[in-house]
Design a protein around this ligand. Sequence first.
Ligand code: SF4
Length: 311
Amino acid sequence: MRILLAEPRGFCAGVERAIEIVETALGRHGAPIYVHHDIVHNRQVVQSFRERGVVFVEEIRNVPPGAVLIFSAHGVAQAVRTEADGRRLLAIDATCPLVTKVHREATRFHAQGYEILLIGHRGHPEVVGTMGQLPAGAVHLIETEEDARAVRVRAPGRVAYLTQTTLNIDDVAGIIAVLRGRFPDLAGPTRDDICYATNNRQAAVKELSREADLVLVLGSPSSSNSNRLREVAQECGRRAMLIEGPEDLAPDAFDGVQTVAITAGASTPEVLVQRVVDHLRRRFGATVETRKVVDEKMHFPLPPEMQATGR
Ligand code: SF4
């Protein structure tokens, strides 16, 4: 058996930054500290922080007054910030800068009188946070091309679109094409808001899918970008599975498989990838080839208040 390891895969700059923020806060303030929603969508990352005294909450009212509260990488609605202020929490923002950019675009378009069409998945925390930058009713959620054909706006000449950062690039292109057909003056970001990490990981999985009989995507079921990687491989005509480790692999998963491509979502630690690689080496004597499809060197600095102050 041959393993093709996709590069880039796994942690993106936004996830690395969010994890570093929690680490720094733990070091500075000690446990317990509170995090609004899972800091990133990975079960193992969340569990290991939980064991060190991090408490994950969905409701701000469950955070004791005066405590340290971190907003997850997905971003939060303005109402959540206001509620945190009201409880005198020490709020630290781990929102990915690329999500913050979408929030700014939403605010700017709204201030310019545009009605906003947000392409994304209902209920995903990033979508909830982006919609929550503006008053209720200012943003229409578009999940499918059907939604794009059906959406009703007040002024068709004053419409802007934005997107969730972790979507399937090809699906989004189809939805934008429908919107442009209906609204020729459609405004929006220069390309779309799909982030560099989503773009790069999808490009790599497309490339490797050409050679593989099976594609394994390491990631949690709640991870949007991991689910999209599985979809992209399937759209390339490959069998693909989203797994969290070797224990998720059925005994017959490798029947007839010569070449396995392995990738990982942007919130998946590399140690989980290596567990699967080790498993396949032991079980099948698999060889490993790394395939770099895109060179990725992105880094996001910590918020100023979290940066080291020592000389
Ligand atoms: S997947 Fe993209 S938007 Fe999300 S945290 Fe990573 S870099 Fe930021």
